[in-house]
Write a protein that binds this ligand. Structure first.
Ligand code: ZN
Ligand code: ZN
Ligand code: ZN
Length: 522
C-alpha cells in the first residue's frame, strides 16, 4: 500500500527515504517534499555541471523558464476572469488576433484613434522605415547553414565530446631531423612504426620496384639476429611485425604490448639499419658446406652471394601474379599509369617483371643509402606510448644516424603531371566491367582536401550484398538499386604530396555500363 496516500497499491520505493509509494503525484506530495525537492535540485545541479556554460544550453533553459512563467500568467488570468475583473482594455494583440493581416482596411478599422494618429505621424516623419527589418541579401549571409537545435542532434556526438576522447598529438624533432609523433591513449597495447619518405615515386625506370623489394628483404635477418631469431623474438613477445610500400612511403611497424615498446623499437631500428639484405645467408651456407664437404665451397661464391635475393624474386613474382588477379588493383594501376603518364607516380609499386628479375643487392644498398635517412623518417606511436620515453628510445637507436640530405635528383619531386586520358582493356569473355573514373584531386596539404573527403563520404560506397535496398542515403546507391546499374561502387580520394586522384570505382554488367557511368558522373 502507498505510504503517502494510503489508498493505492504501491509500485515504487523512494531511493532516499525507502518509503513505498504509488505514483508521481504522491512522490511530489507535500508530505514527501523533503525528498522530491532534493531530487529535482540534484537533477538541475547535475545538468548544469554537465552543460557547463554552453550558450545554447543557456538559451534552452531560458526558454523553459519563460514557458513556466507563461503558464503561471495564464493561471493568474484564469483567476482574474473568474473574479469577473475584466474591465481592462483589450490589448492590441487580442484585437488583431482574428484579423487578416494582409487586408489593410480591416486592420485599420481595428486600430484605436490614438494608434491611427501615431501611425500617421510615423509616416510623416519617415521613421516608419525603421520598423521594417533591413533586408539582407542571402548571399551576404555569413552563416548560410541552418542552425540545428541541439535536441535534434542528440544522436550525433558533439565535437567537444569527440575531442575529449582524442589525446593530443605530441611531436618532437631530433637533432638529425628525425620526427617523432605520438598519441598516448593509455591503452595496454601500442602500435609504433617508421614512416619513411620513400616509395615507388622515388624510383626511376631502371630501379622501379626496389622500394618494395627492400620491404621484403628487411625481414631476412640483420647483423645482430638471423631471420629465425627475429621471427622467434617477435612471436615470443606476442607482437606483430609488418611492413608495406606505397607510392610515396615505405612503412615498417609493430603492434605490441605497452611494456614491449622499447624492444619493438630496437627490432625496428635493427631491421632498418643493419639488414644484411641476403648477405648473412651466404655466410650461413658456406659454414654448413664447409662442415659437410669441402669441394662444394668452390661452387658457392660463384653464385654471386645473393641466395636470399634470388629466392625473394620468386616470392615477389608470385605476389605480382596475385595482384593481377585482383581486378581492383589492376584498374588502379592502370588509372595511375594513364593519369600520371610519363611521371614517377605512373609506375607500379611492384615494378615490371624485368626489374624484379634484375634488381641486385647493390641496388638495394644504394636505395637505403639515399632514402633511409633520419630526415626522411617519422617515428609514430599510438596507444600506450609515452612520448618522452619514445623520444629517448629514438635518440638511443637512431640518434647516431647522420641527418642525410635529399641527394636524389631534386627534379623528381616536381615532375608529377596529371593528364586527362583513358585506358580500356577489353575482354568480352569477362561478365563484369571494372571501371575507375577520376579527376585530379588535391594533395595532403591542400585546403581543398577536406571538402573532397566530405564529398567522398557523401557519395559513399555500396555493394549489392548490403542490406538497405531503397533506403540508402546515397543517391547513387539508390539509383543502382532501383535501376540495377551496378554490382558495387566505392568513391575514393587518393592523396599524394602535391596531387591526388578523386573519383569512383565501380563494377557493373557490361550492358548497363554506359548508364552507370553517366549516372555516377552526374
Ligand atoms: Zn499514493
Ligand atoms: Zn523519500
Ligand atoms: Zn610484397
Amino acid at each position: 500500500m502507498c505510504q503517502l496516500c494510503n489508498s493505492i497499491r504501491s509500485k515504487y520505493v523512494c531511493p532516499r527515504c525507502n518509503i513505498s509509494y504509488c505514483s508521481v503525484s504522491c512522490y511530489k506530495s507535500p508530505n514527501h517534499s523533503d525528498c522530491s525537492e532534493e531530487f529535482y535540485k540534484g537533477n538541475v545541479q547535475e545538468w548544469l555541471a554537465a552543460e557547463g556554460t554552453d550558450p545554447e544550453a543557456k538559451n534552452e533553459m531560458m526558454e523553459i523558464l519563460k514557458r513556466i512563467n507563461q503558464q503561471d500568467d495564464e493561471f493568474d488570468d484564469c483567476i482574474d476572469e473568474s473574479d469577473g475583473d475584466s474591465d481592462e482594455e483589450e490589448s492590441l494583440s487580442d484585437r488583431l488576433a482574428m484579423v487578416d493581416l494582409d487586408n489593410p482596411d480591416e486592420l485599420w478599422a481595428k486600430l484605436l484613434p490614438e494608434e491611427k494618429q501615431e501611425f500617421l505621424e510615423l509616416i510623416k516623419s519617415g521613421d516608419v522605415a525603421k520598423l521594417v527589418p533591413e533586408w539582407e541579401p542571402w548571399w551576404e549571409d555569413k552563416h548560410p547553414m541552418p542552425k540545428i537545435p541541439k535536441r535534434f542532434r542528440a544522436t550525433s556526438a558533439h565535437l567537444s565530446e569527440v575531442l575529449v576522447n582524442c589525446p593530443p598529438t605530441k611531436t618532437t624533432t631530433l637533432n638529425n631531423g628525425m620526427r617523432i609523433a605520438t598519441e598516448d591513449t593509455g591503452d595496454l597495447t601500442a602500435t609504433i612504426g617508421l614512416w619513411i619518405d620513400a616509395g615507388s615515386r622515388c624510383e626511376n625506370e631502371s630501379n622501379n620496384g626496389v622500394a618494395h623489394f627492400l620491404e621484403h628483404m628487411a625481414f631476412k635477418g640483420t647483423s645482430k639476429r638471423s631471420q629465425v631469431d627475429l621471427e622467434l623474438e617477435v612471436e615470443n613477445m606476442g607482437a606483430h611485425l609488418n611492413a608495406y610500400t606505397s607510392r610515396e612511403q615505405t612503412v615498417f611497424y609493430a603492434k605490441c604490448l605497452k611494456q614491449d615498446v622499447p624492444k619493438a623499437l630496437e627490432i625496428l631500428s635493427d631491421i632498418l639499419q643493419n639488414s644484411k639484405l641476403g648477405e648473412y645467408r651466404i655466410m650461413f651456407s658456406n659454414y654448413l658446406i664447409i662442415s659437410l664437404n669441402l669441394c662444394f665451397i668452390v661452387h658457392w661464391p660463384s653464385c654471386s652471394g645473393e641466395n636470399e635475393i634470388e629466392r625473394e624474386r620468386g616470392v615477389i613474382l608470385r605476389e605480382m601474379q596475385e595482384v593481377e588477379t585482383n581486378l581492383q588493383e589492376v584498374v588502379f594501376d592502370h588509372l595511375h599509369a594513364t593519369a600520371f603518364q610519363g611521371t614517377p607516380l605512373g609506375r607500379t609499386i611492384l615494378g615490371p617483371t624485368q626489374n624484379i628479375k634484375s634488381i641486385s643487392r647493390n641496388d638495394l644498398v644504394e636505395y637505403i643509402k639515399t632514402y633511409y635517412k633520419p630526415s626522411r623518417m617519422v617515428l609514430a606511436g599510438a596507444g600506450g606510448v609515452d612520448h618522452n620515453e619514445l623520444v629517448k628510445l629514438a635518440e638511443q637507436h637512431f640518434g647516431k644516424a647522420e641527418r642525410g640530405e635529399i641527394t636524389a635528383d631534386p627534379s623528381l619531386l616536381g615532375s608529377i603531371r596529371y593528364t586527362g586520358s583513358e585506358i580500356r582493356v577489353r575482354d568480352d569473355a569477362m561478365p563484369l566491367a571494372h571501371v575507375a573514373i577520376a579527376v585530379e584531386g588535391a594533395g595532403w596539404e591542400s585546403a581543398d582536401n577536406i571538402p573532397l573527403m566530405i564529398a567522398n563520404t557523401l557519395i559513399g560506397a555500396w555493394d549489392r550484398s548490403q542490406g538497405g535496398g531503397l533506403n540508402n542515403s546515397s543517391k547513387l546507391a539508390l539509383a543502382c538499386t532501383q535501376d540495377n546499374l551496378a554490382h558495387s561502387f566505392q568513391s575514393f580520394n587518393t592523396c599524394y604530396k602535391d596531387t591526388g586522384l578523386w573519383g569512383i570505382y565501380l563494377v557493373a554488367q557490361t550492358l548497363s555500363l554506359d548508364v552507370s557511368i553517366t549516372d555516377s558522373l552526374r
